[in-house]
Design a protein. Structure first.
Length: 366
């Protein structure tokens, strides 16, 4: 069944019609809208459910999606539906690390065009920069960031959709899939030095140690792989410069004109920078190579000011940490740049009408 409502650049299909959770297929050269994601790694949900002896089709339909979409990693769905599906998968399998199992089945080709570009990058560093710069063409939900300091690399993944359901499962799957991608570039014996996970310690920790082959720290504020900076200099075997140029050209066409989805691009940028406190309007404008007044004008044209966006993202990060980790209020406040837990509590009450403690308790018993 085909529905032509919604953005004109998309064809919308659903198996069990639900106007709030449509599955979409992007046409050639179309820009992916905010809140949508190519299935990619998530196509491994169906075989993972089968490993538990379950028929995936009823579970996928219950989330409001057509099971046939999972035959093609380029199928595009709203994150609201994918998050709901992952929640259902955890419930029906009684496996709190279901997202990890999905991600560890993935390969570098599960990352679509971006994965192919990584395969043909000159070095591992170039491949990771390609991931950070281009993932948005197929994923408007998660955002990667790469930082290097004192000989150590931090490759982080954040989920930035408001009230994102199963953000912990998405983070687990993304970390597992990216480790597989790095092993395809560096050799199957590669492992990070450490893995940081933004979730409470699961009942079964051994699957994490077995896949990552590295120490795993839970209750962290971000999903992060830590490894030596010298790994960035490794050459990628079999990289083809001509294929790389073709892929870069194709990806360029998928990014859309300058200013397209501008406010969402700012959100992606801020999602990883808010926790490092390098997020002033001046800093952001400089990163975007524009004057601060130009940044403000563009955002106002999209209907939202800079301060409103930063507060929206702080609220989002706070909810993820309160829901998915055991971090104290003081730790959450520090992550978000508040000097005292009391200042964070006042801000959270303005955003939600509740104290963070009450919100956390309600979520645990909801």
């Amino acid at each position: 069944m085909t529905n032509q409502n919604g953005p004109p650049s998309l064809r919308v299909r659903w198996d069990n019609p639900s106007p709030t959770l449509p599955a979409v297929v992007a046409g050639p050269g179309r820009v992916l809208p905010p809140g949508f994601i190519q299935l990619g790694v998530a196509t491994e949900i169906a075989p993972t459910l089968r490993e538990f002896g379950l028929d995936p089709n009823p579970v996928i339909r219950e989330a409001g999606l057509d099971p046939r979409l999972f035959d093609d990693g380029a199928s595009v769905v709203p994150y609201a539906a994918l998050g709901r599906l992952l929640t259902l998968c955890v419930d029906c399998t009684h496996c709190s690390h279901f997202g990890l199992l999905v991600g560890q089945r993935a390969t570098i080709l599960s990352l679509g065009l971006v994965g192919r570009l990584m395969q043909h990058s000159e070095t591992v560093g170039d491949a990771l920069h390609a991931l950070v710069a281009n993932l948005s063409i197929q994923d408007r939900v998660t955002v990667p960031a790469l930082t290097t300091s004192d000989g150590t690399v931090l490759l982080s993944i954040a989920v930035y959709q408001p009230a994102a359901e199963s953000a912990d499962q998405v983070a687990d799957g993304a970390l597992a899939a990216i480790v597989n991608a790095l092993r395809s570039l560096c050799g199957c014996d590669w492992s990070p030095a450490e893995v940081l996970v933004p979730r409470t310690p699961p009942a079964a920790r051994e699957p994490y140690w077995r896949h990552f082959r590295a120490p795993v720290r839970f209750n962290h504020e971000s999903a992060t792989l830590v490894f030596p900076a010298r790994d960035l200099e490794r050459r990628v075997a079999g990289a083809d410069p001509m294929m790389r140029a073709l892929l870069e050209e194709r990806i360029g066409h998928l990014k859309g004109p300058p200013g397209c989805e501008f406010s969402d691009d700012v959100r992606r940028l801020l999602r990883t920078r808010l926790t490092s406190h390098r997020c002033s309007a001046d800093d952001t404008a400089e990163l975007l190579a524009m004057h601060r007044r130009t940044l403000s004008r563009h955002l106002k044209g999209n209907g939202m000011g800079y301060r409103a966006i930063t507060n929206e993202l702080r609220f989002e990060i706070a909810r993820q940490l309160l829901q998915d980790t055991q971090a104290s209020l003081a730790q959450v406040a520090a992550v978000l740049g508040y000097s005292e837990a009391s200042a964070f509590t006042r801000a959270f009450r303005r955003w939600s009408g509740q104290t963070p403690t009450a919100w956390r308790v309600e979520g645990q018993h909801g």
